[in-house]
Write a protein that binds this ligand. Structure first.
Ligand code: COA
Length: 259
């Protein structure tokens, strides 16, 4: 299956790495900065007849390890190489004494999920990215208000998560918006006008029309930006957006294995 497997090799042929990555992840090229990040954490590279056929990347902090990437080129799959990478990463995580190992996987990637489940990973949460066109005009029953401008009594009614969010000015230029309908908070989001995207995006009042809320975001978008990406891991918000017919871009599962 492979004749050589290297752990943190002193040098990596960057062109071979990118070629392997592009075969494994056609839609997810690795940039120069990310490549250097991978080289600064634990990584394993498999070769067959001197051809790079797969790799795995594991980062960690004091209490958890994170599987950043694992890929095997299509022609070498189902021969146990992914299994070997997983075993090596979990042994390494165990030697570091972390409490858990986690990873993100597209929720429709059945092959990878089967592999992770075989190693004891279970889904702990899911986040979904929706895409929609920002309405440029039209009446809305809902108003978007930057949290900093909210009257005190409304600010008090915001969930603690929204207030904590407002204390993080990240990414720069992001607004934290509260959606006000019928004098009450119907939801909140951090909105970055450059992309433009909302993350997190949470609906707290199920009765308010989702499209009214989306209309209220339009005025905060930069001129010419029309596509809005909404990323949320709140289960109720996910079902409300789906029920309102907002198009889903992708769903990501976070999987975790304790110990
Ligand atoms: C996921 C991936 C790394 C698995 O590598 P692999 O070398 O084929 O995995 P293995 O041969 O070791 O498979 C181990 C087990 O995982 C499960 N598995 C792996 N691929 C599977 C598939 N396509 N469908 C169902 N089960 C699968 C099986 O249980 C398999 O055991 P089996 O072959 O005895 O049935 C590989 O398919 C890949 O690179 N995919 C594209 C990149 C990717 O999606 N990476 C994960 C991103 S989060």
């Amino acid at each position: 299956m492979f004749d050589r497997l290297e752990h943190n090799p002193a040098t990596i042929d960057a062109a071979a790495f990118h070629k392997t990555n592009d075969l494994c992840f056609p839609a997810e090229p690795v940039g120069r900065v990310e490549f250097e990040q991978y080289r600064s954490v634990d990584h394993w590279i498999a070769y067959n007849n001197d051809e790079m056929i797969g790799f795995a990347v594991l980062s960690h902090n004091s209490h958890s390890a994170h599987i950043r990437r694992i890929g095997v080129i299509p022609s070498m799959r189902r021969r146990g190489i992914g299994n070997r990478f997983m075993t090596l990463m979990l042994e390494r995580a165990k030697s570091m004494g972390v409490e858990y190992v986690d990873l993100l996987v597209q929720s429709d990637n059945r092959g990878a999920i089967a592999l992770y489940e075989a190693f004891g990973f279970t889904e702990v949460d899911q986040s979904v990215q929706f895409v929609t066109t920002l309405p440029t005009s039209g009446r809305s029953e809902c108003t978007g208000v930057p949290v900093a401008d909210l009257p005190t009594e409304l600010a008090r009614s915001l969930p603690r998560a929204a207030i904590n969010l407002a204390s993080h000015h990240d990414p720069p230029r992001a607004h934290v918006l509260a959606f006000i309908a019928d004098g009450a908070v119907a939801g909140y989001a951090r909105f970055a006008p450059d992309f433009p995207g909302c993350s997190p995006f949470v609906l707290v009042d199920q009765a308010v029309d989702v499209h009214d809320i989306l209309s209220s975001i339009g005025e905060f978008a930069l001129l010419g930006k029309t596509r809005l990406k909404i990323t949320t891991d709140d289960p109720r918000t996910i079902s409300l957006l789906a029920a309102a017919g907002v198009e889903q871009n992708y769903a990501l599962s976070r999987m975790e294995r304790r110990g």
